[in-house]
Design a protein around this ligand. Structure first.
Ligand SMILES: Nc1nc2c(ncn2[C@@H]2O[C@H](COP(=O)(O)OP(=O)(O)O)[C@@H](O)[C@H]2O)c(=O)[nH]1
Ligand SMILES: [Mg+2]
Length: 237
C-alpha cells in the first residue's frame, strides 16, 4: 500500500526537521507531503533543501496563509492524484506522536478512517490550560449532542484515511478551517458509510513555535455542526 502523511505548516521551522526525522524512523517508507503557506520563517526552504536528497519528501507551496482546512484539502488532492492508498494527517508541532502513526495505519486494515482520540479513556491531554481543555472537551460533547456522530474526539487532527474515503468527499466544496474542518471531514465520512475507528492517543501541547488557534475557529465550529445537521436532514451532505 502506498502511504503518505500530509503535514500542514505555518512557521514551523523549529519543528519540521525533527518531525520529518521522527516520522521516517517511526514508519520507514512512509512518504511525507508538507503543505506550507509561505511561512515567513523559511519552513519551505528547509524542506526544499532536504528534498534534494530525499525522494520520499514533497512540498506543496501556497502563496500565503489560507487556513488549515484548505491546506489539508490541497494536500489530500495532491496525494490522491499521486495514487496514494493511505493518506494520513498530523500537525508539525509534536502534539501528535509520530510513533502512533503505525497504529492508525494498522487500523485501516479493517476500517476506512482511523482517528487519534484524546477522549476515549478519560482525558489524554498534556500541558493545555484548563480553559483550552474545557473548550475542546465541551466542543466535542456539543458536536456529539447535535450531530449524533459516534465519535468521542471529532475535533482532533491526527488521522489516517483510506484514499477512497477522501475520493468520495468532494474536497473542493469544503470551506471550513479549524476545528470545524475536522468535524466536517468526519461527518462526511460517516454519512458516506465509512467504518470509523478511534484509537487512544496522548496529545501534548507544543513546546516550540506558536499556536494559530483563534476565537473565530470556535465560532466557526459552533455554527458548522448546525449546518451539517440541517444539511443532512435534507440529504445534502
Ligand atoms: N499550511 C497551513 N498550516 C497551518 C495553518 N494554520 C495552522 N497550520 C498548521 O497546522 C498545524 C496545527 O496548528 P496549531 O497552530 O498547532 O493549532 P493548535 O494545535 O490547535 O494550537 C500546525 O502544524 C500548524 O503549523 C495555515 O493557515 N496554513
Ligand atoms: Mg498545535
Amino acid at each position: 500500500m502506498k502511504s503518505i502523511v500530509v503535514i500542514p505548516t505555518y512557521n514551523e521551522r523549529e519543528n519540521i526537521g525533527a518531525m520529518i526525522d521522527a516520522v521516517q524512523s517511526a514508519v520507514p517508507g512512509l512518504h511525507i507531503l508538507v503543505v506550507d503557506d509561505n511561512s515567513p520563517d523559511g519552513t519551505a526552504s528547509y524542506v526544499l533543501e532536504r528534498m534534494k536528497t530525499d525522494p520520499s519528501l514533497d512540498i506543496l507551496q501556497r502563496p500565503g496563509k489560507n487556513g488549515l482546512g484548505t491546506a489539508y484539502c490541497a494536500g489530500f488532492t495532491r496525494a490522491i492524484e499521486n495514487g496514494y492508498d493511505i493518506i494520513c494527517q498530523m500537525d508539525a508541532d509534536f502534539s501528535h506522536n509520530p510513533t502512533d502513526l503505525t497504529r492508525l495505519i494498522e487500523a485501516l486494515k479493517e476500517n476506512d478512517l482511523a482517528i487519534g482520540s484524546r477522549y476515549i479513556t478519560g482525558v489524554n491531554v498534556v500541558n493545555w490550560s484548563m480553559g483550552r481543555l474545557l473548550l475542546s472537551y465541551f466542543a466535542n460533547v456539543y458536536t456529539h449532542f447535535i450531530t449524533r456522530m459516534p465519535i468521542k474526539d471529532a475535533t482532533g487532527g491526527f488521522k489516517a484515511f483510506r484514499a477512497d474515503v477522501l475520493r468520495k468527499i468532494n474536497l473542493d466544496t469544503i470551506r471550513s478551517n479549524g476545528y470545524a474542518f475536522q468535524i466536517e471531514m468526519n461527518f462526511r465520512a460517516w454519512q458516506g458509510g465509512a467504518r470509523i475507528k478511534e484509537l487512544s492517543i496522548i496529545f501534548v501541547d507544543r513546546v516550540n513555535g506558536t499556536s494559530k488557534m483563534s476565537k473565530n475557529i470556535v465560532y466557526e465550529a459552533a455554527f458548522l455542526v448546525w449546518k451539517l445537521k440541517i444539511a443532512s436532514l435534507f440529504g445534502k451532505v
